[in-house]
Write a protein that binds this ligand. Structure first.
Ligand code: IMP
Length: 204
């Protein structure tokens, strides 16, 4: 089975590739670059699923027959901010904002709040879309809280301020393997891998 990643985000590509490779399924993973690059998609949907499907469908249109696109739409939902930044996570501090600008805006909004008001969750919605338009959605989340100051050099996005439930280190302070075992993306991929394992064994 051939899967093309419908994202230009190098961090997402690395995480998706590593987790799919570890599952040891007969799946070949390619970047969108192999089929002319990820087309420009306006992420204007109100839900993660809506945006993931939009990206998946856009890439699926330029894929060879019999192959699939895999799109990831994800973000951070902070309870005391009514779920913000949510689908706006990548552009919380403005259209072209950097990860650091987004993260600093979040810390500013939450300044002085006690631990019990700092709960948050990462959400990841994966859309698999075939070249003929079949769709499958897989959802994963990871609960945790936002600390007061960025900590750690690894990962991307809001990783330096997010501590998963029951842990003491941020996503930016742990290895990519440990993050994969806990994260929203890891959890969504577990669902997808389970689905593909069943589908591939039913074909035998
Ligand atoms: P998307 O490309 O519209 O899905 O935006 C995803 C945004 O959510 C990223 O730019 C990050 O700001 C944030 N995000 C998603 N997943 C993660 C993660 O695993 N760690 C940190 N930030 C993430």
């Amino acid at each position: 089975m051939k899967l093309y990643l419908a994202t230009g985000n190098a961090h997402k590509v690395k995480e998706l590739q590593e987790i799919i490779a570890a599952a040891k399924l007969p799946i070949e993973v390619f970047s969108a670059k192999e089929v002319g690059g990820m087309p420009e998609v306006v992420e204007d949907q109100e839900t993660f699923t809506g945006n993931a499907l939009k990206k998946g469908l856009a890439l699926a249109q330029q894929l060879p027959e019999g192959t699939w696109a895999l799109a990831d739409d994800s973000g951070l939902c902070v309870d005391c901010l009514d779920g913000a930044p949510g689908v706006y996570s990548a552009r919380y501090a403005g259209e072209k904002a950097t990860d650091t600008e987004n993260l600093n805006k979040l810390l500013h909004e939450m300044e002085g709040l006690p631990l019990e008001q700092r709960s948050a969750s990462f959400q990841c919605h994966l859309a698999m879309v075939s070249s003929s338009g079949d769709e499958q959605i897989f959802i994963g989340q990871c609960e945790g809280h936002i600390i007061e100051e960025a900590c750690g050099e690894g990962g991307f996005g809001y990783d330096p301020v997010f501590v998963p439930q029951g842990k003491e280190k941020t996503f930016a302070e742990i290895s990519s393997e440990e993050k994969a075992g806990l994260s929203h993306r890891g959890n969504a991929l577990k669902e997808m891998i389970e689905f593909l394992r069943n589908a591939l064994s039913a074909k035998k």
